[in-house]
Design a protein around this ligand. Structure first.
Ligand code: CTP
Length: 402
């Protein structure tokens, strides 16, 4: 998986920098070409001589080489690389990356980087836990960078906690998995619905639900990172997409979502219906704001919205697959299995509101995947990003959509 891959390895000033030498060797053994870019502080922890001997390339650290004035182009490095890896990443470098403080060769290279970026933080537990570091890491994630989480263990400070850099062998595994999955959905077109819908009552009010859209957006990023062209039909949410291969179609009501989904579906290989579509809408949307009549009840008459999942399930061809979600509060497996059949889905992803950490708004989810062949697979509580990867891995492993 790493053969011929061009990797820019950024090294910063942490005691864990000594592990970068081992990482260099492991990447090169796997066939990668490694170009080291090191910060001035990084050189205090590991010598460029060691790194250039391992990589067989001069280490880049300054903008110019002092003896002959030759210019090191961060722009060229940004175009050359298949991937940039920052190992170890200190709180300071993470802060500079998050805020565009390009005062060294490593951060300028990062800002010019066209390839995916992976960051493995290494620091003391209190520095890692500090809201400043956490906010900067969140910012990097929002730029589409992958954070290789530090582990819990003994630290250089003699304290114990979260902040220990992930081991080089594990980092190599993460990169191998990344390159393995990167191309698996190339030329596939995937439709994803996400978020809630708004059903208007009058010009200032609507009926909706608590859906944040996070699960659907995580799926969109996951599919795009595996090479798919993603068409994300989203209800009103406060989220942004990162990957350039996600085309976002914003809608408000279930009716609009239904029309957009039916429009796009004929060209799709797979549809994943993650949206929490409002099942009903008011018969009429009042033209003017409905006034409060003191002491009187207000009755709204609601009519059913179209069922997008059922429409796509009924329209799908032999080469198309449809995946639905089911959020249940009781008798979960039975209700989800019934929806799978009724809507002619290939897969249904069940989450139960009874499970702590599952469902709306949060960053985690706990799912069970049921397929039309009778498979029932339970997964532990994970981040929505990891859940998205599990869903796509299960589809592949079960022979769907590939
Ligand atoms: N769904 C849809 N269009 C609708 C309602 C639901 O596409 N009008 C999709 C959801 O995106 C989800 C699946 O159908 O993938 C199941 O949604 P859910 O709300 O759990 O099921 P409903 O059929 O609405 O049943 P109920 O609300 O009664 O549980």
């Amino acid at each position: 998986m790493l053969t011929g891959k061009k990797i820019v390895l950024g090294i910063t000033g942490s005691i864990a920098a000594y592990k970068a030498a081992y990482l260099c060797r492991a990447l090169i053994k796997k066939g990668a070409e490694v170009q080291v870019v090191i910060t001035p502080a990084g050189k205090e922890f590991i010598t460029p001589v060691t790194l250039s001997a391992l990589t067989q390339k001069p280490v880049v650290s300054e903008f110019f080489t002092a003896n002959d004035g030759s210019w090191h182009s961060h722009v060229d490095l940004g175009l050359w690389a298949d991937l940039m890896l920052i190992v170890p990443a200190t709180a300071s470098t993470i802060g500079k990356m998050a805020n565009g403080i390009a005062d060294n060769m490593l951060v300028t290279t990062y800002l010019s980087m066209k390839a995916p970026v992976f960051v493995a933080p290494a620091m003391d537990l209190d520095m890692y836990a500090h809201p400043s570091t956490q906010q900067n890491l969140e910012k990097l994630k929002s730029f589409g960078n992958q954070i290789i989480e530090p582990t819990v263990g003994p630290l250089a400070s003699n304290l114990e906690g979260k902040g220990r850099m992930e081991e080089p062998d594990r980092i190599v595994e993460v990169l191998e998995a990344f390159f393995e999955k990167k191309g698996e959905l190339i030329s596939k077109k995937i439709l994803i619905t996400a978020g809630p819908t708004y059903e208007k009552i009058d010009p200032v009010r609507y009926i909706s639900n608590y859906s944040s859209g996070k699960m659907g957006f995580a799926l969109a990023e996951e599919c795009a990172s595996r090479g798919a062209d993603v068409f994300l039909i989203s209800g009103p949410v406060q989220l942004q997409t990162v990957h350039p291969h996600i085309q976002r179609i914003n809608v408000e009501s279930a009716e609009e979502m239904y029309r957009a989904a039916l429009d796009y579906f004929p060209k799709m290989d797979l549809a994943i219906l993650c949206a929490a579509v409002a099942d009903y809408k008011p018969v009429h949307c009042a033209e003017r704001k409905i006034k409060r009549e003191a002491g009187e009840n207000l009755t709204l008459e609601l009519v059913p919205n179209p069922d997008i999942a059922a429409a796509l399930g009924n329209n799908k061809t032999d080469r198309q697959r449809v995946v639905g979600f089911a959020l249940e509060t009781d008798d979960e497996i039975a209700h989800a299995s019934e929806k799978l059949q009724k809507k002619k889905l290939d897969f249904i992803v069940l989450n139960s509101l009874r499970e702590p950490g599952a469902g709306f708004q949060g960053d985690t989810n706990k799912i069970t995947i049921i397929n039309s062949k009778g498979m029932i697979k339970n997964f532990p509580l994970k981040s929505k990003k990891a859940v998205a990867a599990d869903i796509m891995d299960t589809l592949r492993n079960e022979g769907y959509a590939y």
